[in-house]
Design a protein around this ligand. Structure first.
Ligand code: HPA
Length: 270
């Protein structure tokens, strides 16, 4: 195992009271969930040795550990994107740190554009599977056997059990939830209408610029994964208006309460 990983995990461990069991990665506009963490220990990315620093608006850039619904969690408020210029290894570094801290399950969230025309702006979507369209993979390079296997199985990347819990809790809360395939493009530009049509033809239901690297690293490390997208806009070309980041943040903030309620209900059952 790389010395940096151990160093970073040790630094965090020294500052935590309990061992986190569930990791949370909070996407654009969804960072508010970290504010629900009780007895929080907050560590700013810039203070954590070897941690990259997040640059996107709407991302706070800190780790928050504590309890939600009685569960020991550690949340990334703000993630690292490939389009920011980080290497894939840097993008997934926090996932590997989480594993080293004792995390066993990972909940990843993001804002995404709806490709499936039967979906609506503001819908939440449980990620059933993904298509990696980033032409890069965090597992490329020498395999560190201390982290995981050379060839990682991705046939059950998004846990059936966790998806069942998510569906059940959504139904109890009266949240109309979608399920679908998330297509990760690199960004940072939004897709062209032709790229959105391509994603649909390939079997995609939503497009985004994150999540897939972290899920690959999580599966490599043997973590069980749940993914939830907040559909902040219809994919490019579906509606007559242009896309912008402000709209993405605005919509994710509007669905904040149902998103928070759902994730908390799911955590309770995990
Ligand atoms: N495309 C890619 N990423 C996104 C989108 C989109 O339409 N909306 C939010 N993140």
């Amino acid at each position: 195992m790389k010395i940096e990983l151990k160093q970073t995990a040790d630094y965090i461990k020294e500052r935590l009271i309990d061992t986190p069991k569930i990791g949370l990665i909070l996407g654009s506009g969804l960072g508010v969930l970290a504010e629900e963490i009780e007895n929080p220990t907050t560590l700013s990315y810039e203070d954590i040795p070897n941690f990259p620093v997040s640059t996107v608006e709407g991302h706070a850039g800190q780790l928050v550990a504590g309890t939600i619904e009685g569960k020991q969690v550690i949340a990334m408020q703000g993630r690292f994107h490939f389009y920011e210029g980080y290497t894939m290894e840097e993008v997934v570094f926090p996932v590997r740190v989480m594993k080293e801290l004792g995390v066993e399950q990972l909940v990843v969230t993001n804002a995404a554009g709806a490709v499936n025309e039967s979906f609506s702006v503001g819908d939440l979507m449980i990620i059933k599977d993904h298509i990696n369209n980033q032409s890069a993979n965090p597992l490329i390079g020498p395999n560190d056997a201390a982290l995981g296997l050379r060839f990682t199985d991705m046939s059950n990347a998004y846990s059936k059990q966790l998806r069942a819990i998510a569906h059940e809790q959504a139904s109890i809360l009266g949240i109309n939830i979608q399920e679908g395939v998330y297509v990760a493009n690199t960004g940072p530009c939004y897709e062209t209408p032709a790229e959105v049509r391509m994603a649909r033809k390939l079997g995609g239901d939503a497009v985004g610029m994150s999540t897939v690297p972290e899920v690959i690293a999580a599966r490599h490390a043997g973590l069980e994964v749940l993914g939830i997208s907040c559909l902040s806009n219809m994919g490019a070309g579906i509606l007559p208006q242009p896309l912008n980041h402000e709209e993405v943040i605005e919509v994710t903030e509007k669905v904040r309460s149902s998103f928070l309620g759902l994730v908390k209900a799911i955590l309770k059952e995990m």
